[in-house]
Structures are given as C-alpha cells and as structure tokens.
Design a protein around this ligand. Sequence first.
Ligand code: COA
Length: 253
Amino acid sequence: MEFKFDVSDIFPSGIVELNQSLVPPGFAGDRRGLTNVVTKVANVIDQMGDASATAQGLTRPITTADRLRKSDQNIYLLVDSTAKNGKGVVTGMLKTGKKSLYIFDRDGQHYHVSPPCVLDFYIHESKQRQGLGKQLFEHMLQKEQVVPSKLAIDRPSDKLLSFMSKHYGLQNAMRQMNNYVVFDGFFPEPANPDVITESSSPGHTKEKANGLQSFTNYGRYGAPRPPCSMGQIIHNQSPMQSNEPSGPQIASQ
Ligand code: COA
C-alpha cells in the first residue's frame, strides 16, 4: 500500500513492530519530529486497518491507531522501503494481543484462558500467495515465543484457515461462539495430567501449567454465563473487543 508521504522516511525495510506508543523502532528526533512520525504511523495503521476490513468484508475496521493506543497489542508491519522508487510501501499487517476468553474443547469442557491471539492479518492483494504472510507470521511466532497451535484466532477468514492448514498443518478448527477459533493442540494433552494444579475449593478453577484454567462442571458454578451486554454498553465495547471473559461458549465442532 502506498502513502502520500515516504514510508521509507519513517520505517526501515523488513518487519517493523509497533505498540501503543506508535513510535517506530530506531526513531531519533526532537519533539516535533516525534509528533510528525506518530501522525504518519497512525495514518499507516488506519489505512492498513481499512484495507484489511475491506478484504474481510467487514463494515468497520478491527485495527485503528486509536485502538492500538488504548491497548497492549502489537502490530507487525511488513515494509518494502525500496519499492516505489525508494519511497516505500507497506505490504502487510499482523496484529496480536492477549484476550481473556472462555473456550470449549471437543468434550465440552470449558477453559478460562488468556492466550496470545491473532486479531487481524492482512497482506496487500497484489502480494498475496507469495509467502509474505508466512514470513510475517513466522516473525511474530518467534518474537512472541509461541507455537501456532497455542494461538486463538479472532474470526479467521477462509483464507486464513487455509493458511493455517497449509503452513502449520492445523485443521478441524474448533469454532467458538465468541467467534474465536482454536485448534486441537491448544489444550493440554489428556495424557499429561501432571500439569494440572487443582484449586482447593469446589467450583473454582483448575490452573494448568500453560495458563489454561478449566472449570469444574457442577452446581451453579458450572452454569454457562451469558456475555454481560450491559457492561459492554457501559464500557462502549462490542463483545469482540472486551477484555472481560465473554461467558462460556459452545464449540460448533
Ligand atoms: N484463497 C485461499 N487461500 C489463500 C488465499 C486465497 N485467495 N490467499 C492465501 N491463501 C492461503 C492458502 O493456503 C495459500 O496457499 P496456496 O497458495 O498454496 O493455496 C497460503 O495462504 C499462502 O500463504 P502465504 O503466501 O504465506 O499467505 P499470504 O501472503 O497470501 O497471506 C493472508 C495470507 C490470509 C494474510 C492473506 O491472504 C490476506 O490478507 N487475505 C485477506 C485478509 C484476510 O482474510 N485476513 C485474515 C483475517 S482473519
């Protein structure tokens, strides 16, 4: 994607990591320069977010600079600063972050988890199916020290499901009613019960070594909780944006 300003002025070539500060790595300059660069970075994020939403058929972008500022999420941008006669282009964007979720496994057991999540992913149409998505994804995996099966993915498109299958052999996605998807390796192996530390009181959670918490399924503690829509309205959040657990949801497969 091209911009009115020179992308190569604000980003080095390769993969650029951004957080809520919106300051590109390696930035050196005075206060005025900082304001200028942050404005441009915000513009890049907003345009990439819009393009991703359009590509996924969404009415509103999932990714905006404003949202990034208010979050602890990460954005990885794939930049080609030699393109466009050295002005540079941004070819891809991947956004990740931790979310508090209730996830069901195939046996109907639900877990309260805060896994790393793929929240948005986009490669420019002119560059898709050339391995750039994999390059960006691999960088993220390495940076966040996570294996693909431990990720939860927010509303994956068919293209992304195909991508996960092709590159990581992840198939038979478990779709949750909160629109996230996980794969089989997300849950601890049943043959490895040693990782479970049971809490002392009944009805409370069991915490596992990888941060998974499973709930004992009895009494009112085991009853499914619906998402708190009033809370979401008060906090101006859609259920997808909420960091609060959105209530256990039933996996469709
Ligand atoms: N149709 C079906 N599968 C596709 C696809 C398409 N148009 N484009 C990519 N894929 C999948 C396929 O498995 C493909 O392998 P194949 O070409 O052998 O069939 C694989 O991804 C290619 O891998 P790679 O080149 O590394 O991925 P990419 O650079 O195309 O990036 C996406 C993958 C999903 C990020 C990119 O296609 C994209 O931006 N799509 C539009 C936005 C989107 O759906 N984002 C996911 C949001 S949840």
